[in-house]
Design a protein around this ligand. Structure first.
Ligand code: 5AD
Ligand code: SF4
Length: 349
């Protein structure tokens, strides 16, 4: 107990160091309430009570990469692939807007079919029509592409580092390197995107030290958002026989991320809800302040299978919103009114 209290005090004084982070990540069951309370308090003091909703549109499940953990990997020939037309993506953005969402996240595998110009035009069309913030999550591209999209009006970019361990990264993502990933992240920052990164918890070969380094890396990057969720084994991938990340370790990582990146937006990830039925609710009590409801058209929703999902993932957007609203009412957390830009830009307003 003493160790945990000392590590918490140290981090809250701004001395965010590897050893203290590892100590918190190693907290036993008895110390977990202390960690949760500290993260919850920092969350309240920084980003506040409001929860930001970001509608996610998964517009293509083609991917040129072959990441070992991911169901969209190019060698997964059992997956039926789809691409949405511009009009379908615009229709999904329209329903997001009608439901009151203030951000759309356009996500896909790394699909070269969508040229830089095609994406830029799509961003422009959404921006022209709606008062929506746009997050892109399209993987690694050239600095020129990122620049074009930023000029077209994209506000944010989401590119998870996945793991800060160089050797593990190379093993899991054979088409790229951690160095290349970081190049992309620094370009995005240079181009004045609000940048999100993140990591998986419970990857094979990962230790608490790796998780602490993940958090320190995101602190160094000064990310505006950190998406943290469990690794979930997908049966059609080389990692199918490895165990899923554990709920408690995910929650501790989330709390330590909140303490170390006080103003970052932290989503209650879909992966965590998939791992545990109360995952979303718990995440909101362990430092998270964002939910990303899925607005992908139902006809293709079950094909964006990065990891095995629950049957209720196939749900009308209206129904999802009702459920989110009742969860937030129960937790006494309002839906945020604004677009939820980076805390460093808004000071929480
Ligand atoms: N388990 C958990 N998360 C995964 N992702 C991909 N595959 C898995 C998996 N098996 C996450 C990664 C990636 C995003 C597309 O989904 O973090 O950034
Ligand atoms: Fe493609 Fe991303 Fe999946 Fe890797 S994690 S295979 S880049 S969709």
């Amino acid at each position: 107990m003493g160790n945990i209290a000392a590590a918490l005090a140290q981090i809250r004084q701004g001395r965010v160091e590897q050893a203290a982070l590892e100590q918190l990540l190693a907290a036993g069951e008895a110390d977990m309430p202390l960690l949760r309370a500290a993260a919850d308090e920092v969350r309240r003091q920084t980003v506040g009570e409001a929860v930001h909703l970001r509608a996610i549109i998964e517009f293509s499940n083609y991917c040129r990469k072959n990441c070992l953990y991911c169901g969209l990997r190019r060698d997964n020939h059992t997956l039926a692939r789809y691409r949405l037309e511009d009009e379908q993506i615009l229709a999904a953005a329209d329903s997001a807007h009608r439901l009151g969402y203030r951000t759309v996240v356009l996500q896909s595998g790394e699909d070269p079919h969508y040229s830089a110009g095609k994406i830029a035009r799509l961003v422009e069309r959404i921006k022209e029509k709606y008062d929506l913030a746009i997050t892109l999550s399209l993987g690694e591209r050239s600095k020129e592409d990122y620049c074009l999209w930023r000029r077209a009006g994209a506000d944010r970019y989401l590119l998870k580092q996945e793991t800060a361990d160089e050797a593990l990264f190379r093993f899991l993502k054979p088409d790229t390197s951690l160095k290349q990933r970081l190049n992309c992240l620094y370009w995005l920052k240079e181009l004045d995107y609000q940048v999100g990164s993140g990591n998986m918890v419970g990857l094979p070969g990962q230790s608490l030290s790796t998780l602490a380094r993940d958090i320190l890396l995101m602190r160094q990057l000064q990310v505006d958002m950190a998406g943290i969720g469990p690794f979930l084994p997908h049966p059609q991938t080389p990692l199918k026989d490895f165990p899923a990340g554990q709920l408690n370790l995910c929650l501790k990582t989330l709390a330590v991320a909140r303490l170390s990146l006080p103003g970052a937006h932290l989503p209650a990830t879909t992966a965590l809800s998939t791992l545990h039925p109360s995952g979303r609710e718990l995440a909101l009590q362990w430092g998270a302040n964002v939910i990303m409801p899925n607005l992908t058209p139902l006809a293709v929703r079950d094909k964006y299978l990065i990891y095995p999902q629950k049957a209720d993932i196939i749900e009308e957007p209206e129904k999802t919103l009702v459920q989110i609203n009742s969860l937030l009412a129960r937790l006494n957390r309002p839906v945020a009114a604004g677009p939820g830009h980076a805390w460093r830009l808004t000071g929480g307003n």
